[in-house]
Design a protein around this ligand. Sequence first.
Ligand SMILES: [Zn+2]
Ligand SMILES: [Zn+2]
Length: 154
Amino acid sequence: MGRPKGSKNRQPYNRAMRDPVERFLEKIEVSPNGCWVWKGQISSNGYGHFWWAGRMSTAHRFSYEFFREFIPDNLEPDHLCRNRSCVNPDHLELVTRSVNMKRGLLGGHRTHCKRGHPYSGDNLYVYPDGRRLCRACARITSQRGPEPIAVGNE
Ligand SMILES: [Zn+2]
Ligand SMILES: [Zn+2]
């Protein structure tokens, strides 16, 4: 007699069934700047491809979901390092789709200066060669010492 085959519900071994994390870690190479460069398949738009949970997804998305948190539908991971083949979860942040597209169009240009002033409107000065100046910062750096403030004299 004996048990009929398959009664223990065992899955046959195949490559896709291997631990996805193990497969993932085999495909990365840490570069000197901290990027985890994807050594696996890269799509035409520059993102690493990774097969997991029964479907083809992007490698950086897997990395973010595994090492950090689940990605809601309206958000997607954006590369802070601008390196699309990088899958380091610390180089990713969740943004809405439209922000991601906007950043892509700006070519990674920042929308704010290092102090957080907006590069827009009256605060933005563009040199003839294209460099941008934050007027608020220019005011700060042109002053030596703190700005004099009239206290209690409104
Ligand atoms: Zn990176
Ligand atoms: Zn500024």
